[in-house]
Design a protein around this ligand. Structure first.
Ligand code: NAD
Ligand code: DGY
Length: 321
């Protein structure tokens, strides 16, 4: 039985998770295409129950939900991260899951470099002063130096997750004259060549940057215990997934000067509540930079992404995998 001989029912559950300027290219086989701007958890079953193929970035599919979708053959993820899908359950139930790797290999590393420079040169604090106060006008000198300014060159970057993105961040950092350490998995009995022991990286890094997937093992990778190993002068960057970091622990560390600052592109809950404590803190702290999960979204990356999503679906329908 060839899938492409049947009319495939395709449902895109969160169209607004991709910029409106970009569309997933038209598919070559017979199909229906239904799309929704966004889908709430209580709407997911109803919208997915007749689908052969679901397209989504962040809609959650747990085992219970997947087991109620016998018609579903493929979940095509419009992202790299697959942490919203119970992959074990999908495998057990014979539902294929295809994500897109590598599409953001320029944009995410560039975003991380921007964060490194912003933190090390305190650009956030100095800029904020200009729009919220007359600190410069009243400082009595041609300049003032309220916030620390330290060089990027010569600093040590600790990279957690030596995959597509971590490797490119490390490569660019080396070009800037940084020392780069790739962290071995926490608790590993053997340190692979090219890696440094997990805790040693946390202790030596001037900047820690997270590029591992969110799994049961990596959840709260940065917690009270691991954060305490970081230097008081070190910065934390998270463009991986929010739950890699215990947000309450991070907030306490920033409020009490346990680390020098942080830059986050991802939060535990997205979109966050209006009163999210980290976002509230970012309104007053000069050393906390938050971007709304957009490290991936350069124009060229999104172009590559939508083309690869279409190719993933075409390949699945043509070859069944
Ligand atoms: N903020 C964004 O816009 C954005 C964009 C793309 C990807 N991401 C996130 O970045 C993650 C990484 O993307 P990628 O393309 O580099 O993926 P990748 O699969 O190429 O690399 C992930 C690496 O993490 C390693 N890893 C797994 N578990 C680990 C652990 N416990 N400790 C240390 N390393 C571990 C893997 O071995 C692999 O080398 C994605 O899973 C996604 O969550 C975020
Ligand atoms: O995983 C990804 O590709 C990014 O987080 C955007 O969804």
């Amino acid at each position: 039985m060839k899938l492409k001989e049947f009319l495939m029912n395709i449902v895109f559950l969160d169209r607004t998770g991709i910029p409106a300027s970009h569309n997933i290219p038209r598919l070559s086989f017979p199909h229906t295409w239904t799309e929704y701007d966004r889908t709430l958890p209580e709407e997911t079953f109803e919208r997915s129950k007749d689908a052969d193929i679901v397209v989504t970035s962040k809609v959650v599919f747990d085992r219970e939900l997947l087991s109620r979708l016998p018609k579903l053959k493929l979940i095509a993820i419009t992202a790299t991260g697959t942490n919203n899908i119970d992959l074990d359950a999908a495998k057990d139930l014979g539902i294929a899951v295809k994500n897109v790797t590598g599409y953001s290999g320029v944009t995410v590393p560039e975003h991380v470099l921007g964060m490194i420079f912003s933190l090390k040169h305190s650009l956030i604090g100095y800029h904020r002063d200009q729009v919220t106060s007359d600190r410069w006008a009243t400082c009595g000198q041609f300049c003032y130096t309220d916030y620390p300014i330290t060089d990027v060159r010569g600093a040590t970057l600790g990279v957690f997750g030596k995959g597509c993105l971590g490797t490119e961040v490390g490569r660019l950092a080396q070009l800037l004259g940084m020392n780069v350490l790739y962290a071995e998995h926490k608790g590993a009995s053997h340190i692979r060549e090219g890696y440094t022991e997990f805790e040693t990286v946390l202790k030596q890094a001037d900047i820690v940057t997270l590029h591992c997937p969110l799994t049961d093992t990596t959840k709260n990778l940065i917690n009270a215990e691991t954060l305490a190993l970081m230097k008081q002068t070190a910065y934390l960057i998270n463009t991986g997934r929010g739950p890699l970091v215990d947000e309450a622990v991070l907030l306490d560390a920033l409020e009490n000067g346990k680390i020098a600052g942080a830059a986050l592109d991802v939060l535990v809950k997205e979109p966050p509540e209006k009163d999210n404590p980290l976002i509230q803190a970012a309104k007053r702290l000069p050393n906390l930079l938050i971007t709304p999960h957009i490290a991936w979204a350069s124009d060229s990356a999104v172009t590559t992404l939508v083309n690869k999503v279409a190719q993933n679906i075409e390949d699945f329908v043509a070859h069944g995998k």
